[in-house]
Design a protein around this ligand. Sequence first.
Ligand code: PEP
Ligand code: MG
Length: 663
Amino acid sequence: MMKEYALKTAQGGFAAGKAFLIEAAEAHPEEKAAEKEVEKAAFEKAVSILEKELSQAEERAEKDAAELFEMERMLLKDASFYDTTIGLIRASDMSAAAAVQKAGDILGERLRGSSEYNSQRGEDLRGIAARLAGIIRGEKASAPERASVIVAKELSPARLSAIDPGLIRGIVTAKGAPTSHVSILAGNLGVPYVYGSDEALETIRKETKLILEDGKLTIEPDDEIFREAVQRMEAEQKAKEERIKRAQGAKRRTKVYANIKGPEDIDELLRSGADGVGLFRSEFLFLKGDGTPSEEEQFSAYRSVAEAMDGKETVIRTFDLGSDKKADWLEMPDEKNPALGCRGVRLCLREDELFKTQLRALLRAAVFGNIRIMIPMVTSVREIDAVRAKLGECAKELSAEHTAYEVPPVGVMVETPAAAMIADRLAKKADFFSIGTNDLIQYTLALDREAQELDEYYDPRHEAVLRLIGETAAAGHKEKIPTAICGELASDPAAIPALIRLGVDELSVSMPKVAQTKVHAAGAESMQEVVAEEAFPTGRGISVAAPADGELIPMAEIPDPAFSSGALGDCAGILPENGNIYAPCDGVVSAVAETKHAITFTADDGRRILLHIGIDTVYLAGRGFALRVKEGDAVSAGDPVMVVDLDLIREAGFSPIVITALG
Ligand code: PEP
Ligand code: MG
């Protein structure tokens, strides 16, 4: 019988498929411990088998995922995990499998609660312990034979990676978290992932039919519904592929750059079609080894990326260590609030030798490409002066040594409210701005960026954040320097229209998101620029944010005389590519049609803007329209106001064109 559950979303999206169950390694009731030395050897053998599996997975994986496997291997080799397991084997009559699971529970529990990051590592450790217990008990890591939805009580990245990515349609787990490694892997695969209900998991059997959609899990839908869902999923996949193809050719002013971690990303970077590198997180070079990477190592890393970019901008951030990115070999102060402690530029300026080694490498590499240096976690003008002074010292040294160098432009990362509020002064000293929204949101909303329990407070498009972005971009433009966004917000389709409206010039996103971000940026731009200047015939010079992502249709071509004649005011249409509908202006929702297909907004300057979804869609009597706002709600341009089922509209024989009319 069909059942629906509301779950938490770690990765959004739509999928339909049959369940492939991964059972947890349960303790066998008859499991008896052998000699302690035999149990100890069984544990150690399982560790080496899993270590090999993880190394193989790391070699096969794309870069982001490879780092996760590296981290899993580190957890696996963690001394306290080893000692606790051996201690339990020695001090009790537990088998190796039972002891390793118990150790996972004990340490997982200990890590829980200290910080979100540690809680997550605790969950990862439990996953590793479960996998080790499975290996000791001789359980084989089974894999689905056809594309399926992976269902497990708990899932570790190692277990997930044993499955061919082409066979994973979606993931459902009882335990999970949006920032877990499994979630990041699901994001890389582009599949939805929901979690959070033991009860739902208990209902699912092998081959149970499932539909996942943004936090909703449907178990055993009717055949007809399931068939339609599979068709929808396949159609969405095809549309996505086509969109990516089109993205390469779309006209666009906003540059779309990629975020990378090092030269190992070059192949994917080139494949992504990025206009440049907007954020090279250089600290990852420092986190890999057991000491400072030498000037030569760094020089070669920076140079190889800059050369691969062949003249395109390559923005390299000086090491942003500290907080959750700690290098074991670097002595750090014991801090109660490391996110508010010695991190970013503060650490760069404290570690003089380390910093100068990096700056020398950057100055030398700048001879070989279009390198730009970016300073993280700035809060004052003084810090830019100090970095520039250090660059001057390094340049002097290199020149005395007759070593070739160039002093590249220096930009400021705006990721503290302080930096955003003094952006006018920083702009006089900087060559560019790049807004790190991950941290800017954390510091503006006073919300730990890893916190899960505070989900409800996490609002990346909070008015305060958008205002800080707008003020930063305006201050940059006044001094004629560009502003980029390099945090996650840059690839949020619902935010892109607002970011562009606020004057952001560049979006830097993770490599898999470059293509789709280009499409969203082009859609938002065409609406905002063309609508104001071309589409509204009277040319009122009005800026209207794109209410949808897609192709602009001028007023005369809207296939309904009520609109194309201008009877309802100056209009423009967008042929939507997806069902997301956004507010066209800052203002208030002044009316919502009972049939939900039309919303009127009163803009802050008193203009009235009608948003009409589809032609003749009034006859759907509300079917296919999911409102996100109600009358009287205040909105900002770009806020999501509705989700529309485009397939339903098309299947009913109507055009889904989104029309904006200025009355
Ligand atoms: C940010 O804070 O938005 C950012 C891009 O830097 P990181 O995520 O590396 O802190
Ligand atoms: Mg940051």
